[in-house]
Design a protein around this ligand. Structure first.
Ligand SMILES: [Zn+2]
Length: 136
């Protein structure tokens, strides 16, 4: 896992998230006391401060909450057409969001409010979550 995500500073709180990514499972923190979901993972629930057990897999359904069209990548890498990066609000709970690229999504579905589903992309051989626009 450390080799797959060399740019990530792994610790005992966030390691289960990245272990999930390696299995192509998107995990979020879930509190058994108040039933709230949260991301990123934390050792205590951010709503009621109860200790949090193992994270749970989310459905991968949601909608585009914020959309940014990147025109410039790393130095010397122009993005043409622009590369859509979104804050996805997951269906499990209002405010439960993850930043991820939109892929396989035509321009007319690159908009705020667009329903999306989870898919996966590979970067340097490791899986990362991405989302694609779907019909309502
Ligand atoms: Zn809680």
């Amino acid at each position: 896992m450390f080799a797959a995500y060399p740019g990530i500073r792994l610790d005992q709180v966030n390691a289960p998230y990245y272990a999930g990514l390696l299995e192509r499972r998107l995990l979020a923190g879930h509190c058994d006391e108040c039933l709230g979901w949260h991301l990123p993972l934390r050792s205590r629930c951010p709503f009621c401060w109860s200790p949090v057990d193992a994270p749970r897999e989310v459905t991968g359904r949601g909608h585009v909450h914020v959309l940014t069209l990147l025109h410039q990548g790393p130095p010397g890498v122009p993005y043409s057409p622009p590369w859509p990066l979104a804050a996805i609000e997951l269906a499990e709970q209002p405010g439960l969001r993850i930043a991820a690229p939109l892929v396989d999504t035509p321009p007319e579905r690159q908009r705020i409010g667009q329903p999306v589903e989870l898919t996966w992309i590979e970067r340097d051989g490791a899986p990362w979550p991405a989302f694609r626009g779907v019909a309502r």
